[in-house]
Design a protein around this ligand. Structure first.
Ligand code: PRP
Length: 213
């Protein structure tokens, strides 16, 4: 019986139709419910969890498979297989700052900067590579607020449409990575449940290739 970890939130709206096309989705009614374990075809179960926790569930084998953004994979570096780019959930991890503040990317090496982010590792690596000392301020959401209230000089956060930045007077100053959602697999599950997992990967790969995104 496969356990599949899915992130709640806006990505779920893209994942469920994709899984439905390979006959592996929870029902629409269950998706709308507050249930955290949803039944699926062939006895499989979907675990509905916070995006940042998907890697943990799959790495520890509590889920056999998960769908997670590349940002969270690179931040957490879990010991999992990553066989497929699903090409959904596209966005980018950016440095952004208030329009009327100096561009943080033009700072001289050796400068220090206060950076609000939930991506501590990716932000630290990015600025370290440029010789900037980043003082990281770890936040869990509404990152855009931090420079507006003078708590940070810039943010490192996801940008999809750019609407949140625009609404708050921030501009993108650099792209750190491009992001899409990835299928991840627990290595032990990949070995012991290959009869179920490999056909699923194959079907999804064909589907994604056919969509040509
Ligand atoms: C994400 C992200 C940005 C916003 C970007 O936040 O952290 O704030 O979406 O999307 P946009 O470019 O289309 O405006 P989310 O809405 O997930 O909430 P959060 O602030 O709690 O992370």
């Amino acid at each position: 019986m496969l356990k599949i970890a899915l992130a709640k939130g806006r990505l779920l709206e893209q994942i469920v139709p994709l899984l439905a096309q390979v006959g592996m989705a929870p029902s629409a009614e269950d998706v709308k419910s507050r249930k955290l374990i949803l039944p699926g075809p062939d006895g499989c179960e979907f675990l509905i969890i916070r995006a940042a926790d998907v890697c943990t569930f799959v790495e520890r084998g509590a889920a056999d498979i998960g769908i997670v953004g590349r940002d969270l994979l690179l931040e957490a570096c879990p010991q999992v297989y990553e066989p497929l780019d699903l090409r959904i959930g596209r966005c980018r991890l950016c440095v952004a700052a208030p329009q009327d503040h100096p561009d943080p990317m033009l700072l001289e090496a050796g400068s220090t900067m206060r950076v609000a982010t939930k991506y501590d590792r990716l932000a630290a690596d990015f600025f370290r590579d440029r010789g900037i000392q980043a003082e990281l301020i770890h936040l869990y959401g509404s990152m855009e607020l931090a420079p507006l209230v003078g708590m940070a000089d810039c943010i490192v956060d996801l940008v999809e449409t750019g609407g949140t930045l625009r609404a708050n007077g921030l501009v993108e100053r650099a792209t750190i990575i491009d992001i899409s959602s990835r299928l991840i697999v627990n290595p032990a599950s990949y070995a012991t449940k290959s009869a179920q997992i490999q056909p699923l990967i194959r079907q999804l790969r064909q589907l994604v290739a056919g969509q040509g995104n």
